[in-house]
Design a protein around this ligand. Structure first.
Ligand code: ADP
Length: 359
């Protein structure tokens, strides 16, 4: 419903109000003391109705809490807050509504209630992620801790004088303590890497030398697991801008996974390919491929593999001493280098992780 011209009040100069509203990023609505909507910015028109100006506010903003807050502001000229639920499926978090009174200059000139709506969905989402993360870390630490406490009790009680049992339990306790140590180490790495994610690396890295030295340091681990490591490197140096320690961590994590999940008697191979222009990164790149011939990964797990604590096979990962953080750390490091990481796998045929870095 549109107000007749004579009823459409002009408490504040239209131009300055319009300009102010246009510059306001939050959906904002101005309501006069007669309870009519006299102005709204494009964000508000989009959120509620393109025909809202000129209507009684309660016909547009129908929720009792919001109506009460606006009425209170118009009555006492104070600030009042409310929550507005939009109710559509993709917008579950309610909007925060703030009603403030706009005093206008000049005696006898009525002011207006300015009502703004703030979407808190991102904050709610971030809060949920933080809660999930704390719950995951607590759960991951609790399992080895419970085992340690149990074995301490047993060693004090029933196994007190049993030398053989004591040695066995101490070995398990050592494994559980190492698991906690690895978890804490990975958590610290993750927080460091996240903190630096927006800072561009300043060093220069020669990829061939980096991959050779990463493989040398993993050779004992590969031998213990009965896995052969092979590498195909170009004969010329491949220089990229990067942080050497962080990139070493990426390839260590990927090759370690290849060894762990590839399985005994199999091979993990590494290669570098140069590409003149990667279509997604729009830059010349180096593509480093880490390929194993293990059981591979079920396609349903692929999209979530780099989430913290996400494991394709929880039991197997824990059995192999995994923390569930290796790929999350790798992803953050690759992001910091403005690169990308892709995973391809055919169950039964092994997995290939490719890190694509701009040169
Ligand atoms: P984890 O410490 O569990 O190995 P990661 O973050 O390194 O954690 O890997 C996440 C999950 O991805 C693993 O639990 C495993 O299920 C799967 N995964 C990673 N690399 C491989 C691989 N080469 N072959 C099969 N599965 C893999």
């Amino acid at each position: 419903m549109l107000l007749p011209q004579r009823l459409r009040p002009r408490q504040v100069p239209e131009t300055s109000l319009d300009l102010l509203l246009r510059a306001t990023p939050l959906p904002t609505v101005v309501i006069n003391p007669s309870e009519w909507i006299v102005a709204a910015n494009a964000e508000a028109l989009k959120m509620f109705s393109p025909e809202m100006v000129g209507r009684h506010f309660a016909t547009v903003l129908r929720q009792p809490q919001v109506i009460a807050a606006i009425e209170a502001t118009l009555a006492d000229h104070g600030e009042h807050l409310a929550r507005h639920k939009l109710g559509s499926a993709e917008q579950d978090a309610p909007l925060d509504v703030t009603c403030r009174y706009l005093e206008t200059a000049g005696p006898g000139r009525p002011g207006a209630a300015v009502v703004s709506f703030q979407d808190r969905a991102d904050m709610e989402h971030a809060g949920q992620m933080r809660r999930d993360f704390v719950a995951n870390v607590s759960h991951e630490l609790r399992t080895p801790l419970t085992a340690l406490i149990g074995f301490i009790d047993t060693l004090r009680g029933p196994a007190r004088d049993d030398t053989e049992a004591r040695d066995r339990f101490l070995t398990i306790m050592e494994q559980e303590a190492s698991r906690m140590n690895r978890l804490v180490g990975d958590l610290l790495s993750l927080s460091r890497v996240e903190a630096e994610e927006r800072v561009r690396p300043t060093g220069q890295v020669e990829l061939g030398a980096l991959l050779s030295s990463t493989l040398s340091s993993l050779t004992p681990f590969a031998e213990t697991n009965g896995v052969a490591l092979t590498v195909a490197l170009p004969e010329y140096p491949v220089l990229i801008p990067g942080d050497e320690d962080q990139l070493r961590q990426v390839f260590t994590n990927l090759v370690e996974n290849g060894i762990k999940y590839g399985g005994s008697g199999k091979e993990v191979s590494l290669s570098i390919q140069l590409c003149d222009r990667d279509p997604a990164l729009r830059a010349p790149t180096a593509e480093i491929e880490v390929r194993d011939k293990g059981a591979g990964i079920d396609p349903i797990h692929l999209p979530r593999l780099t989430e913290r604590f996400y494991r394709g096979d929880s039991h197997r990962s824990r059995q192999l001493g995994g923390t569930g953080l290796g790929l999350a750390i790798a992803k953050h490091i690759v992001n910091r280098h403005r690169g990308r990481m892709k995973v391809e796998s055919e169950p039964g045929e092994g997995a290939t992780f490719t890190v694509i870095l701009p040169r």
